[in-house]
Structures are given as structure tokens and as C-alpha cells.
Ligand binder design. Structure first.
Ligand code: AMP
Ligand code: MN
Ligand code: MN
Ligand code: MN
Length: 280
């Protein structure tokens, strides 16, 4: 069972890489990609934790989920099976870490302007040792009672188009895709259905992604409608892209993003449509 999209506390997930690997093994995952946002810091710990498992039931794919900007939208590109020894990869994550830090300071400034207090320290506290992102701000707003839920934090302050949605800082689609290629990884467009694109725009994105060296598309992200899966498999076929699937697991107790559990692929894939895992 393949799960090629997951997060640890090195970005905005809840579990340590060790806990993540243990849960994956329990859930019957046999190949797991750890794809934290803009960092590969959790990979060595995950590898060590796998070595400790009895009978070695799990293969780890070193991965990353890079943030970029395309036509004013914040797009995520998965890098699967990247070479951890790549110095370019190390430079890329260092650059993204710095951008995330500056961006978080801007998010904090904007939220303080709304009258919220202690935002910077609060979000940093929730990020811990991991790279900081909007979910850490959401956790702080909930903790302080400024909003009633994590999802309300996004719908009011942090989601697309809201005051705390800072994205102009991110590098281009071409840049991050080239980083992945040069780091020996397979670039996969993450959750295309989450960007609110028309079909025309989605096809333009896929065209430019392919031109930039993109090789795959995530046709299943967690629990999703069959219609979405069918639409994305057709798009993969139209562009000759490999297909990928993952839970996008962040925290336990979210049934729509449970580790190792995502909507099923159709039993028969259309001709010419190949899974990315045949290419590792
Ligand atoms: P960032 O990487 O800082 O841009 O934050 C993006 C992350 O926030 C995503 O990977 C999700 O984990 C989370 N997120 C984005 N939008 C929402 C939302 N509407 N509700 C809950 N979580 C969200
Ligand atoms: Mn996330
Ligand atoms: Mn994402
Ligand atoms: Mn993700």
C-alpha cells in the first residue's frame, strides 16, 4: 500500500517522524513518502525509525512538498525520491526556510494589526523546531480564543485571499520544479483540485508544469469524490503524466486525511497511464 504524501512535526504535522513511521506500519502502508512542506529535516529520523521496525515492512521515499507561486496562486509541488546528498536540495530548503521565516513575520504583523496580541511568539511556539507555516498561526488563534476552530482561523484570517495569506514571496513553478529535477527527484503536482481552477486554467498549469520538467500529478489526495479522481486521471492521460496518490496526513483523528487511507484508484487505469511508484 503506497502513501506518497504525508507530514511530520518538521512542518505542520503533529507526529514526529518516528511516530509517523510507526503509525504507517500499523496502518499497513508498505511505501511511505514523507513530504514535509519545504523541508527534508525529518527524513533521517524516519529512516532510522524504519530500521528499528521488526521485519522492515516499510520503504521510505525521501520527499518534500515545495511551495511556489503560479499566476498569483500558491501551488504545491511534491518532490518524490529526492537525493538527500544533493547540495542544490540543501540550498533550496535553506532558501525556503528563510522565506518562510520572513513571511511568518509579515503574517504576524498583519494579524497584530487586526488587534491580536503575541502572534509572533505564539506561532513560533507552535512551530517548535519545525518550519513555520499558517497552521501554526491557526493553532495560536484557537488557543487564544480569537477564533472558535482551526478551520475558522483559515476561513477568517489565513485562507486564500484573507489578510494572513502571504504568498508573493514564493519562487516560481519553474524554479521549484527545476530544483526537484536537479535533486534527482520526480516532480508531482500536488492536489490540483484544491486550487479552484477552471478546466482551462488547470490544463494551462499542467502544460507549463510539463514544460518546466514536471513528471507526475497527484490524482488522489486523501478522501475525495470519484468525479475528481476521474477528471484528474483523464488530465494525467492527456499530458502523459505519471499518477500519484497520498493521504496528505497531518494529524491523527482527521478521517478525511487518515494515514494510508485515501479514496481508491479505479481497478483499471486507462492505457498509457502509469503509477509514479513504478518509477522509483
Ligand atoms: P503554508 O504552508 O504556511 O502556506 O500553510 C498551508 C497549510 O495550511 C496546508 O498545507 C494545510 O495543511 C493548511 N491549510 C490550508 N488551508 C486550510 C484550510 N482552509 N483549513 C485547514 N487547513 C488549511
Ligand atoms: Mn500542510
Ligand atoms: Mn499541499
Ligand atoms: Mn501536504
Amino acid at each position: 500500500m503506497y502513501d506518497l504524501h504525508s507530514h511530520s512535526h518538521c512542518s505542520d504535522g503533529k507526529l514526529s517522524p518516528t511516530e509517523l513511521v510507526q503509525l504507517a506500519a500499523q496502518q499497513g502502508v508498505t511505501t511511505l513518502a514523507l513530504t514535509d512542506h519545504d523541508t527534508v529535516a525529518g527524513i533521517p529520523e524516519a529512516q532510522q525509525a524504519i530500521a528499528q521496525l521488526e521485519d522492515n515492512p516499510l520503504t521510505l521515499i525521501p520527499g518534500i512538498e515545495l511551495s511556489c507561486l503560479w499566476q498569483g496562486k500558491n501551488i504545491h509541488i511534491l518532490g518524490l525520491n529526492v537525493d538527500m546528498e544533493s547540495s542544490l536540495l540543501q540550498q533550496a530548503v535553506e532558501s525556503q526556510r528563510q522565506l518562510r521565516h520572513e513571511r511568518a513575520q509579515e503574517i504576524a504583523r498583519r494579524l497584530e494589526k487586526q488587534g491580536f496580541r503575541g502572534v509572533w511568539e505564539g506561532a513560533l511556539h507552535h512551530a517548535g523546531e519545525g518550519v513555520i507555516g499558517r497552521p501554526h498561526f491557526a493553532q495560536y488563534l484557537v488557543e487564544m480564543g480569537y477564533v472558535s476552530s482551526f478551520s475558522q482561523a483559515f476561513s477568517r484570517y489565513l485562507g486564500a485571499g484573507k489578510i494572513g495569506d502571504v504568498k508573493q514571496c514564493w519562487p516560481s513553478l519553474e524554479t521549484v520544479t527545476a530544483w526537484i529535477v536537479k535533486s534527482g527527484g520526480i516532480p508531482v503536482l500536488a492536489h490540483p483540485d484544491k486550487y479552484n481552477l477552471t478546466r482551462t486554467k488547470l490544463y494551462l498549469l499542467l502544460e507549463q508544469f510539463c514544460a518546466a520538467g514536471g513528471l507526475g500529478v497527484e490524482v488522489i489526495n486523501g478522501k475525495q469524490d470519484l468525479g475528481v479522481t476521474q477528471k484528474l486521471i483523464k488530465a494525467a492521460q492527456d499530458f502523459g503524466l505519471l499518477i500519484s496518490c497520498g493521504s496528505d496526513f497531518h494529524v491523527p483523528d482527521q478521517p478525511w486525511q487518515a494515514l494510508g487511507a485515501y479514496s481508491p484508484l479505479p481497478e483499471k487505469l486507462p492505457d498509457g497511464c502509469e503509477p509514479v511508484w513504478d518509477h522509483f
